[in-house]
Design a protein around this ligand. Structure first.
Ligand code: MN
Length: 201
């Protein structure tokens, strides 16, 4: 099967001023599309059945050895961005509550401490990568990955992620990755994060 870029659930300019229209157009329409095209290219002639990209990343055994890294890079890029678009919302939505809040408090002590730890993960990811809130062994944890590596490959379930590749913020924030990470909280859809946690169980 061929993987496809999911539709955005909002207009390209809907996240302004936190994430600008031009960044969204290029990021969703060009970068994500390129990951999907390269993923499909790498999988030409490989039978992956109807596996979701998440299922494929959690078990790469059906992928021939010479194509694994391309699938990790581009399949990871597809999965990571698909999650990213879903957890964004114009104006954000609510604050952590219920099981998400309980899990954040258990992991970090408070929502503020969690946000600090998440921003630190994004800041200390040298070069390109992602900051994450993951479910790891039934517990929430802050994590980071390099490049397009997905936490799924480590047996973790990402429920919130922030893209810290320069392409995600450079047009609007240039070298100010910390400002981008702080602005990110204004457009997080915590209802989707809660749904992601529920679905991970
Ligand atoms: Mn990206």
């Amino acid at each position: 099967m061929a993987y496809t870029v999911p539709e955005l659930g909002f207009a390209h300019d809907a996240l302004e001023p936190h994430i600008d229209k031009a960044t969204m157009e290029i990021h969703h329409g060009k970068h994500h599309a390129a990951y999907v095209a390269k993923l499909n290219g790498a999988l030409e002639g490989v039978d992956v059945g109807d596996k979701s990209i998440e299922a494929l990343l959690s078990d790469l055994s059906v992928v021939p050895g010479d194509k694994k890294q391309a699938v990790i890079n581009n399949g990871g890029g597809h999965a990571n961005h698909s999650l990213f678009w879903r957890i964004l919302a114009p104006g954000g939505a609510n604050e952590p509550s219920g099981d998400v809040l309980d899990g954040i408090n258990a992991a970090c002590g408070s929502v503020d401490a969690f946000k600090e730890a998440f921003e630190a993960a994004g800041m200390t990811q040298f070069g390109s990568g992602w900051a994450w809130l993951v479910v790891d062994g039934g517990k929430l944890a802050v994590a980071k990955t390099a490049n397009q590596d997905s936490p799924i490959m480590d047996g973790k379930c990402p429920i919130l992620g922030c893209d810290v590749w320069e392409h995600a913020y450079y047009l609007n924030y240039q070298n100010r990755r910390p400002d981008y990470l702080k602005a990110f909280w204004s457009v997080v859809n915590w209802d989707v994060v809660a749904a992601n946690l529920a679905a991970s169980k």
